[in-house]
Ligand binder design. Structure first.
Ligand code: UTP
Length: 296
């Protein structure tokens, strides 16, 4: 079986309230980690997992995401005429030629499950990927999280959901899974619940923003009623899927930064900046200076 995921969906039609006022005009997904917006990191991860169709679920305030992947005619001709070939390459290569972006509207923010359902007309049969770009995952020594999950899906079938242990006090911020261990990194899921309180959570394994889902999830999303917060929850459709076919929780290799909140966003930025050839060493010296106990 091939470990390639042809289609990856990016649900990016949320409101981004935790980053206001920065996200009043600029979509959260265009906030940069170093010199690349979150959505570009996510697109690159999808392409590395084999995707040639990227489906962006947007709303009317997220048109800039469309523009990011579009041709920037005036900018490109200026860079070309001034001989700035390096910059021109950067602007042109937001997507390689074989990759097709598709933009789908979610007219109203009715939840993550509803956003994924909106992508249905653009998703080919077979398993497909979902990336939430604000869950930024770096695996510096190997394949990206979604490529790892595509390989797991090719081996085991069914659906694969990325998880990591979260603080018990934080279970009510995540979808939480429990089940039976297949190997060190893989568990067959028995139960998935959305945002349980710590005293009723079945484990502290939290779902993070990467999924490889069987196409049948769309039929189940069609039948999913609004759940927690009046939104159509992807977790509820996955709970229904579990009754019909296997789904696995996968503890990926790599580090996740929750860039939907300020601390995670700053940590991701610092990590990438410290790794950067051009500025990393100087930044390290600056941080050491700032953090050194001052001599009296
Ligand atoms: P979040 O819960 O992080 O919400 O959504 P948000 O709107 O992005 O950010 P806050 O909490 O208001 O600050 C998780 C993912 O689901 C998408 C979001 O864009 C994000 O990628 N989403 C959520 C939709 O596409 N549509 C929705 O109706 C809800």
């Amino acid at each position: 079986m091939s470990a390639r995921l042809r289609t990856v969906v990016f649900p990016v039609a949320g409101l981004g309230t935790r980053f206001l006022p920065a996200t009043k005009v600029v979509p959260k997904e265009l906030l940069p980690i170093m010199d690349r917006p979150l959505i570009q990191w996510a697109a690159d991860e999808a392409i590395a997992a084999g995707a040639d169709t990227l489906v962006f679920v947007v709303n009317r305030n997220k048109r800039a995401i469309n523009d990011h992947f579009d041709m920037a005619f005036e900018l490109e001709s200026r860079l070309a005429s001034s001989g700035k070939t390096e910059h021109l390459k950067m602007v042109r290569e937001t997507l390689p030629a074989h990759v097709r972006p598709v933009f789908v509207l979610q007219p109203e923010a009715r939840g993550l499950g509803h956003a994924v359902l909106c992508a249905r007309p653009a998703v080919a049969n077979g398993p497909f990927g979902v990336i939430l770009p604000d869950d930024f995952i770096l695996n510096r020594n190997g394949p990206g999280a979604l490529a790892q999950m595509a390989a797991v899906q090719a081996e085991h079938g069914g659906s694969v959901i990325a998880v990591e242990p979260v603080e018990w006090k934080d279970t009510s911020r995540y979808g939480i899974v429990s089940g039976s261990q297949v190997n060190r990194q893989l568990m067959r899921i028995d139960t998935i619940v959305e945002k349980p309180r710590p005293d009723v959570a079945p484990s502290n394994l939290g779902v993070v923003g990467r999924y490889v889902l069987d196409h049948h999830i769309f039929d189940l999303l069609e039948r999913t009623n609004p759940g927690a917060g009046g939104e159509i929850q992807l977790t509820d459709a996955i709970a229904a899927l579990l009754k019909e076919q296997p789904a696995y929780a996968y503890r990926f290799d790599g580090v996740r930064y929750d860039c939907g909140n300020k601390l995670g966003y700053v940590q991701a930025t610092l990590r990438c900046a410290l790794d950067d050839e051009e500025i990393g060493d100087e930044l390290r010296r600056t941080l050491e200076n700032w953090l050194a106990p001052s001599v009296a």
